[in-house]
Design a protein around this ligand. Structure first.
Ligand code: HPA
Ligand code: MG
Length: 224
Protein backbone atom coordinates (compact mmCIF):
# COMPACT_ATOMS: atom_id res chain seq x y z
CA UNK A 1 0.00 0.00 0.00
CA UNK A 2 1.33 3.43 -0.86
CA UNK A 3 1.93 6.08 1.78
CA UNK A 4 -0.40 9.03 2.14
CA UNK A 5 0.76 11.81 -0.13
CA UNK A 6 2.24 15.10 1.02
CA UNK A 7 1.09 17.99 -1.16
CA UNK A 8 4.52 19.63 -1.10
CA UNK A 9 7.41 19.70 1.34
CA UNK A 10 7.39 23.11 2.97
CA UNK A 11 10.70 24.94 3.23
CA UNK A 12 10.32 27.43 6.09
CA UNK A 13 10.36 31.20 5.53
CA UNK A 14 13.76 31.61 7.06
CA UNK A 15 15.22 28.15 6.56
CA UNK A 16 18.23 27.07 8.53
CA UNK A 17 19.31 25.06 5.48
CA UNK A 18 22.83 23.71 5.28
CA UNK A 19 26.13 25.59 5.32
CA UNK A 20 27.90 25.66 1.96
CA UNK A 21 30.80 23.71 3.46
CA UNK A 22 28.53 20.77 4.28
CA UNK A 23 28.25 19.75 0.61
CA UNK A 24 30.24 20.32 -2.57
CA UNK A 25 29.76 23.65 -4.34
CA UNK A 26 31.54 24.67 -7.57
CA UNK A 27 34.33 27.14 -6.75
CA UNK A 28 32.96 29.69 -9.23
CA UNK A 29 29.81 30.12 -7.11
CA UNK A 30 31.08 29.55 -3.58
CA UNK A 31 31.33 33.27 -2.70
CA UNK A 32 27.94 34.15 -4.10
CA UNK A 33 25.59 31.89 -2.18
CA UNK A 34 24.07 32.25 1.27
CA UNK A 35 23.18 28.65 2.02
CA UNK A 36 21.92 25.39 0.62
CA UNK A 37 18.19 24.94 1.19
CA UNK A 38 17.55 21.67 -0.70
CA UNK A 39 20.52 19.35 -1.31
CA UNK A 40 20.57 17.59 -4.69
CA UNK A 41 20.03 14.17 -3.11
CA UNK A 42 16.81 15.35 -1.47
CA UNK A 43 15.61 16.80 -4.79
CA UNK A 44 16.22 13.42 -6.43
CA UNK A 45 14.51 11.44 -3.65
CA UNK A 46 11.47 13.69 -3.76
CA UNK A 47 11.41 13.35 -7.56
CA UNK A 48 11.24 9.56 -7.21
CA UNK A 49 8.11 9.95 -5.08
CA UNK A 50 6.50 12.37 -7.52
CA UNK A 51 7.23 9.90 -10.34
CA UNK A 52 5.47 7.15 -8.37
CA UNK A 53 2.47 9.39 -7.69
CA UNK A 54 2.26 10.28 -11.39
CA UNK A 55 2.48 6.64 -12.49
CA UNK A 56 -0.17 5.70 -9.93
CA UNK A 57 -2.53 8.38 -11.29
CA UNK A 58 -1.96 8.36 -15.04
CA UNK A 59 0.37 5.45 -15.66
CA UNK A 60 -2.04 3.30 -17.59
CA UNK A 61 -1.71 5.01 -20.94
CA UNK A 62 0.68 6.94 -23.17
CA UNK A 63 1.53 10.56 -22.32
CA UNK A 64 3.26 13.52 -23.90
CA UNK A 65 5.76 14.97 -21.40
CA UNK A 66 6.22 18.65 -22.11
CA UNK A 67 9.35 20.24 -20.66
CA UNK A 68 9.28 23.97 -20.04
CA UNK A 69 12.79 25.19 -20.81
CA UNK A 70 15.24 26.19 -19.67
CA UNK A 71 14.63 25.84 -15.96
CA UNK A 72 12.69 22.60 -16.17
CA UNK A 73 15.33 20.53 -17.91
CA UNK A 74 17.01 18.83 -14.95
CA UNK A 75 13.75 18.02 -13.19
CA UNK A 76 12.35 16.75 -16.50
CA UNK A 77 15.35 14.48 -17.00
CA UNK A 78 15.26 13.06 -13.47
CA UNK A 79 11.47 12.69 -13.37
CA UNK A 80 11.37 10.80 -16.67
CA UNK A 81 14.28 8.63 -15.61
CA UNK A 82 12.35 7.59 -12.49
CA UNK A 83 9.19 6.92 -14.51
CA UNK A 84 11.22 4.69 -16.82
CA UNK A 85 12.77 2.84 -13.87
CA UNK A 86 9.30 2.28 -12.40
CA UNK A 87 8.15 1.09 -15.83
CA UNK A 88 10.86 -1.45 -16.40
CA UNK A 89 10.56 -2.93 -12.94
CA UNK A 90 6.79 -3.30 -13.16
CA UNK A 91 4.77 -6.13 -14.60
CA UNK A 92 2.04 -3.67 -15.53
CA UNK A 93 1.89 -1.73 -18.74
CA UNK A 94 3.33 1.58 -17.55
CA UNK A 95 3.01 4.78 -19.54
CA UNK A 96 4.72 5.15 -22.86
CA UNK A 97 6.23 8.63 -23.09
CA UNK A 98 6.69 11.05 -25.97
CA UNK A 99 8.68 14.19 -25.21
CA UNK A 100 8.43 17.76 -26.39
CA UNK A 101 10.19 20.93 -25.29
CA UNK A 102 8.86 24.45 -25.15
CA UNK A 103 10.15 27.85 -24.17
CA UNK A 104 7.89 30.62 -23.08
CA UNK A 105 8.21 34.23 -23.97
CA UNK A 106 6.13 36.58 -21.86
CA UNK A 107 5.09 39.88 -23.22
CA UNK A 108 3.64 42.22 -20.63
CA UNK A 109 1.76 45.30 -21.75
CA UNK A 110 1.42 48.44 -19.70
CA UNK A 111 -1.59 47.03 -17.88
CA UNK A 112 0.55 44.04 -16.95
CA UNK A 113 -1.81 41.57 -18.54
CA UNK A 114 0.89 39.10 -19.46
CA UNK A 115 0.69 37.22 -22.71
CA UNK A 116 2.59 34.02 -23.16
CA UNK A 117 4.05 32.98 -26.46
CA UNK A 118 5.17 29.39 -26.88
CA UNK A 119 8.35 28.94 -28.89
CA UNK A 120 10.70 26.18 -29.91
CA UNK A 121 8.40 23.16 -29.81
CA UNK A 122 7.45 20.50 -32.34
CA UNK A 123 4.00 20.93 -33.75
CA UNK A 124 1.75 21.18 -30.69
CA UNK A 125 -0.94 19.36 -32.66
CA UNK A 126 0.89 16.32 -31.28
CA UNK A 127 -0.93 16.81 -27.97
CA UNK A 128 -4.40 16.62 -29.54
CA UNK A 129 -6.43 13.89 -27.84
CA UNK A 130 -3.47 12.87 -25.67
CA UNK A 131 -2.67 13.00 -21.96
CA UNK A 132 -0.11 15.73 -21.33
CA UNK A 133 2.26 16.17 -18.39
CA UNK A 134 3.76 19.66 -18.26
CA UNK A 135 7.06 19.75 -16.35
CA UNK A 136 8.24 23.04 -14.81
CA UNK A 137 10.95 24.13 -12.40
CA UNK A 138 8.98 26.69 -10.40
CA UNK A 139 5.49 28.14 -10.27
CA UNK A 140 5.54 31.55 -8.62
CA UNK A 141 2.33 33.57 -8.99
CA UNK A 142 1.00 30.90 -11.37
CA UNK A 143 -0.02 33.45 -14.00
CA UNK A 144 2.40 32.15 -16.64
CA UNK A 145 1.28 28.56 -16.09
CA UNK A 146 -2.39 29.53 -16.32
CA UNK A 147 -1.69 31.23 -19.63
CA UNK A 148 0.26 28.24 -20.90
CA UNK A 149 -2.58 25.91 -19.94
CA UNK A 150 -4.96 28.20 -21.82
CA UNK A 151 -2.76 27.96 -24.91
CA UNK A 152 -2.48 24.17 -24.67
CA UNK A 153 -6.24 23.82 -24.35
CA UNK A 154 -6.59 25.20 -27.88
CA UNK A 155 -5.04 21.94 -29.14
CA UNK A 156 -7.70 19.90 -27.34
CA UNK A 157 -5.57 17.50 -25.33
CA UNK A 158 -7.45 14.73 -23.53
CA UNK A 159 -6.04 15.81 -20.17
CA UNK A 160 -3.30 18.09 -18.86
CA UNK A 161 -1.51 17.71 -15.53
CA UNK A 162 1.37 19.80 -14.26
CA UNK A 163 4.42 18.74 -12.25
CA UNK A 164 6.55 21.51 -10.82
CA UNK A 165 9.58 20.90 -8.65
CA UNK A 166 8.88 24.08 -6.68
CA UNK A 167 6.10 26.49 -5.87
CA UNK A 168 6.84 29.86 -4.35
CA UNK A 169 4.86 31.24 -1.41
CA UNK A 170 3.73 34.39 -3.15
CA UNK A 171 1.07 36.49 -1.44
CA UNK A 172 -1.57 35.03 -3.76
CA UNK A 173 -0.52 31.48 -2.86
CA UNK A 174 -0.70 32.17 0.87
CA UNK A 175 -4.26 33.38 0.28
CA UNK A 176 -5.08 30.29 -1.72
CA UNK A 177 -5.44 32.30 -4.91
CA UNK A 178 -2.44 31.12 -6.92
CA UNK A 179 -2.52 28.30 -9.42
CA UNK A 180 -1.12 25.14 -7.82
CA UNK A 181 0.10 22.22 -9.94
CA UNK A 182 -1.10 18.65 -9.32
CA UNK A 183 2.43 17.50 -8.41
CA UNK A 184 4.78 19.73 -6.41
CA UNK A 185 8.13 18.83 -4.88
CA UNK A 186 8.74 21.69 -2.46
CA UNK A 187 7.01 24.92 -1.48
CA UNK A 188 9.74 27.54 -1.02
CA UNK A 189 9.65 30.97 0.63
CA UNK A 190 9.44 34.14 -1.41
CA UNK A 191 13.18 34.38 -1.86
CA UNK A 192 15.29 33.97 -4.96
CA UNK A 193 16.48 30.39 -5.33
CA UNK A 194 19.06 29.04 -7.76
CA UNK A 195 20.60 25.74 -8.74
CA UNK A 196 19.37 22.51 -10.36
CA UNK A 197 18.67 24.47 -13.59
CA UNK A 198 17.09 27.46 -11.85
CA UNK A 199 19.01 30.55 -12.85
CA UNK A 200 19.77 34.11 -11.93
CA UNK A 201 20.38 35.84 -15.28
CA UNK A 202 21.48 32.51 -16.76
CA UNK A 203 23.99 31.82 -13.97
CA UNK A 204 23.78 29.02 -11.39
CA UNK A 205 22.05 26.48 -13.66
CA UNK A 206 25.24 24.42 -13.32
CA UNK A 207 24.85 24.07 -9.56
CA UNK A 208 23.34 20.86 -8.22
CA UNK A 209 21.86 21.92 -4.89
CA UNK A 210 19.04 24.42 -4.60
CA UNK A 211 20.48 27.45 -2.81
CA UNK A 212 19.76 31.00 -1.75
CA UNK A 213 21.89 33.54 -3.57
CA UNK A 214 23.61 36.23 -1.42
CA UNK A 215 23.77 40.00 -1.97
CA UNK A 216 27.24 39.73 -3.45
CA UNK A 217 25.92 37.19 -5.96
CA UNK A 218 22.98 39.41 -6.93
CA UNK A 219 25.42 42.23 -7.63
CA UNK A 220 28.06 40.12 -9.38
CA UNK A 221 25.64 38.42 -11.76
CA UNK A 222 23.15 41.22 -12.27
CA UNK A 223 22.01 41.71 -15.82
CA UNK A 224 23.78 44.45 -17.74
N1 HPA B 1 14.65 31.40 -9.11
C1 HPA B 1 14.76 31.21 -10.44
N2 HPA B 1 13.79 31.46 -11.30
C2 HPA B 1 12.61 31.92 -10.79
C3 HPA B 1 12.43 32.12 -9.43
C4 HPA B 1 13.51 31.86 -8.53
O1 HPA B 1 13.42 32.03 -7.30
N3 HPA B 1 11.15 32.56 -9.24
C5 HPA B 1 10.59 32.62 -10.50
N4 HPA B 1 11.46 32.23 -11.43
MG1 MG C 1 10.29 27.72 -15.36
Amino acid sequence: MSQKRVAAIKIEDDPEGYPLGAFCIPAHYADYLEKIIIPLGVVKDRTEKLARDIVEDIGDGPIVALCVLKGGHQFFHDLLEWIQIIGRTSTKNIMQIRVDFIRLKSYVNEESTGEVQIIGNDDLNGIRGRNVLVVEDIVDTGKTMEKLLGELKKYEPKMVKVASLLTKRSKARIHGQAYTPEYVGFDVPKKFVVGYSLDYNEYFRDLGHICLINEKGKEKFKSD
